[in-house]
Design a protein around this ligand. Structure first.
Ligand code: GDP
Length: 361
């Protein structure tokens, strides 16, 4: 499955946040025998629709979609040159599908900042510079060979052009994902086998003091630093506390700081989106469940997520939109009112589809 790598300078609250993430581990709760890597936290994507489905179908349990967060230690200034845990760090980050930067905004004098002052803008620049330098190194290694090759093989020319363009962007100090050059997916494909770090989507977690959680001016200033990437505001210590509490006490604590949901819930939802994922729903007496598919997946591809045999033997999918199902109150009623659609193999799944697949075995 797709993963989000958590990176950030030392002492910004990564471990605190990651501890909260692993305490929230939905795998541990739902699959007690699953093997979980020590540096992976699997978080449920909150989805209020599942509880509604569970009540319509009297489901025994609810299984939300999940996002995997990987704790990647070791970014410091000079990481791209192998400082600290540099090389291991770069290898780990290469394996992630998106990058979540934890940025310190909390002010606590007792917690030393590596650069001596709390400055989200400088910290973001430090991290992005390391990632950009690592990509430039990769490019400088392959570009001469590609240029030579393209003198003999004409079909290499588009790749050379894509790599040269990427180099220019990086030399200007911009990340590749921020420049929209990957929008045309042909370019993305040409660059794919270079595994460049800054082509990955980024999201930013600002670890803020509690009183800043509701400070819209402050948050807008930080948002502007990272736009169009997503910014999430949370207090890592508060998240760690929330993860220890039962639901009622957690709600009370959240209310006391003026927050509507735990920061981890927001993080899971935004992270899921950043990875380009969406869900469809299945429901029955055993469970109500959200299944993860890439945006744009077809019905047979969606069926394949449940079981490869479902995809191979796919006949059709009976689809009811979540809204129609809630309005009619049952599958039988939805069918009677003509709200159940039979979709074939070319159907592109929509968010909120409640599905039952028909297949040959
Ligand atoms: P890491 O090096 O990025 O993994 O940072 P840690 O999670 O180890 O946190 C570094 C120090 O900052 C620890 O003493 C934490 O207790 C403290 N810390 C983490 N998050 C917060 C926060 O939101 N507010 C305050 N005041 N301290 C925090």
């Amino acid at each position: 499955s797709l993963t989000i790598g958590i990176v950030g300078l030392p002492n910004v609250g990564k471990s605190t946040l990651f501890n909260a993430l692993t305490k929230n581990d939905v795998l541990a709760a739902n699959y007690p025998f699953a093997t979980i890597e020590p540096n992976v936290g699997v978080v449920g994507v909150p989805d209020g629709r599942l509880a509604q489905l569970a009540s319509i179908f009297s489901s025994e349990r609810i299984l939300p979609a999940t996002v995997d967060f990987v704790d990647i230690a070791g970014i410091v200034r000079g990481a791209s040159e192998g400082e600290g845990l540099g090389n291991k760090f770069l290898a780990n980050i290469r394996e992630s599908d998106a990058i979540c930067q934890v940025i310190r905004a909390f002010k606590d004098e007792n917690v030393v900042h590596v650069d001596g002052k709390v400055s989200p803008k400088d910290d973001i620049e430090t991290i992005n510079t390391e990632l950009i330098l690592a990509d430039l190194q990769t490019i400088e290694k392959v570009l001469p060979r590609l240029q030579k090759e393209s003198r003999i093989k004409k079909d290499v020319a588009p790749k050379v052009k894509a790599v040269e363009e990427a180099k220019e962007i990086l030399e200007r100090g911009d990340t590749l994902s921020s420049q929209g050059i990957l929008q045309g997916s042909e370019r993305a494909e040409l660059l794919h086998d270079l595994h460049l770090l800054t082509t990955k989507p980024f999201l930013y977690v600002f670890n803020v003091d509690e009183d800043e959680l509701t400070d819209e001016d402050f948050k807008n200033t930080q948002r502007a630093l990272v736009a169009p990437a997503e910014a999430i505001f949370l207090n890592a210590k508060l998240e760690a506390d929330l993860a220890e509490l039962d639901e009622e006490d957690a709600m009370e604590l959240l209310e006391s700081v003026g927050a509507e949901e735990p920061g981890l819930a927001t993080l899971a939802r935004v992270g899921f989106n950043t990875l380009g994922l969406q869900t469809y729903l299945t429901a029955g007496p055993k469970e109500s469940r959200a299944w993860t598919i890439p945006k744009g997946a077809t019905a047979p591809e969606a069926a394949g997520v449940i079981h490869t045999d479902f995809q191979k033997g796919f006949i059709k999918a009976e689809v009811i939109s979540f809204e129609d199902l809630v309005e009619t109150g049952s599958v039988a009623e939805a069918r009677a009112k003509g709200k159940a659609r039979m979709e074939g193999k070319d159907y592109v799944m929509r968010d909120g589809d409640v599905v039952e697949f028909r297949f040959n075995v």
